[in-house]
Design a binder for this molecule. Structure first.
Ligand code: NDP
Length: 345
């Protein structure tokens, strides 16, 4: 009698920061993985990146898919037991037209679900975001959010095109599931700012916060912070959300510590003293940014964020899935170390 082949997992966004870590952890756990990318011209690079971290790349195949087209999805789902739908546009800056992000994010999520359902997939895990929870609320007086909170589905208040795209996509996914009750399972992971080491050279917009601290993008320490989580822990949560029966039908915030910019810099300085000269030295008071905002669009953009605290409560993932993320300063320091080692800052 021959052993049954390991379950096959389709992972969208195989070229991305988080997607590659999800693939690595799945391979290391013995799964077979089908990774998707817009163009197969990137397949050799993805394979080489992963081969530097695992000897199981023979269990990885690559296929071409775009979030904006049906082409290739039906074939990509053949034989698939689980889908990790990670891909979504995550640009460094916001487009003029929010639909540039909203449409691919929403239609991509719906394509992943529709083709998964048709192929008899057991469970889809969707990478959503804290953006679909804690943004767009304006001055609601809240400083901490959990999975019961939803960002609005219109571009209001402190929503951005990106946070709107994540909200609309996740909402569309849950609506789809409500129309197909009992036919397939969905679990959602909502990370805060994802840091930690890249597997290769392809960074994500999120790492810009760390590289920005180290290359002068911030004029100094402003009254600005983020929930932080390490990419290795985000990938682990994706796997837990896929494997744990009780995760079906649930969303899980992925967050470790909330860190102010100055605390991030302290974590970098402690772990990598050689980076100290690259880090800001002064604090920029909010009143100064208010004055700068009169003439600077960049200052105007950050103004609503100053003093705003959006903490993410990730007790649910810790309690229900036994998820244990590493501390935020480690995620920051390892991102910085990786950027330094690769000469990217
Ligand atoms: P990356 O930019 O590294 O990855 C995004 C991935 O999505 C890439 O593989 C990209 O492919 C793919 N993609 C974008 N548009 C399309 C499209 N039209 N068709 C097919 N693929 C597409 O970012 P991350 O890895 O950080 O982000 C991955 C996911 O995590 C996204 O859903 C993002 O919203 C979410 N997220 C990220 C956070 C973070 O801080 N990094 C926080 C919360 C959520 P290509 O290489 O072809 O561009």
């Amino acid at each position: 009698m021959t052993d049954a082949p390991a379950p096959l997992v389709l992972v969208t966004g195989a070229t991305g920061f988080i997607g590659q870590h999800v693939i690595l952890q799945l391979l290391e756990k013995g799964y077979r993985v089908r990774g998707t990318m817009r163009s197969l011209s990137k397949a050799d690079g993805v394979r080489a990146t992963l081969a530097a971290h695992t000897d199981r790349t023979d269990a990885l195949e690559c296929v071409a898919l775009d979030l904006t087209s049906d082409e290739g999805w039906a074939e990509a789902m053949e034989g698939v037991e689980f889908v990790q739908h990670v891909a979504s546009p995550f640009p460094m800056s916001q487009p003029d037209d929010p639909d540039d992000l909203v449409i691919p994010a929403r239609d991509g999520a719906l394509r992943a679900l529709r083709f998964a359902l048709e192929a008899g997939v057991k469970r889809v895990v969707l990478t959503s975001s804290m953006a679909a929870i804690g943004y767009g609320h304006g001055n609601d007086g809240k400083t901490e959010y959990d999975e019961t909170d939803w960002a609005p589905t219109e571009l209001v208040n402190d929503h951005t095109a990106y946070s709107l795209s994540k909200t609309v996509a996740e909402k569309a996914a849950w609506d789809f599931m409500a129309d197909h009750q009992g036919e397939m399972e969905l679990a959602v992971v909502n990370p805060v700012l994802v840091l930690g080491p890249m597997l290769g050279q392809d960074d994500s917009a999120s790492l810009q916060v760390v590289s920005g601290l180290m290359n002068g993008m911030f004029p100094g320490y402003i009254d600005f912070g983020f929930g932080v989580v390490d990419v290795r822990d985000v990938a682990a949560l994706h796997v837990l959300a896929m494997e744990t029966p009780e995760a079906a039908g649930e969303r899980f915030l992925a967050s470790s510590d909330y860190m102010m910019l100055r605390e991030m810099a302290d974590a970098i300085r402690t772990a990598h003293p050689e980076a100290a000269p690259k880090l800001p030295t002064r604090t920029v008071p909010t009143w100064l940014i208010r004055i700068a905002a009169l003439v600077s669009p960049q200052a105007r953009r950050i103004l609503p964020e100053l003093g705003r605290r959006r903490r993410a409560n990730s007790a649910k993932a810790r309690r229900d899935l036994g998820w244990q993320p590493r501390p935020g300063p480690e995620a920051v320091a390892d991102a910085a170390g990786d950027l330094l080692r690769k000469g990217l800052v």
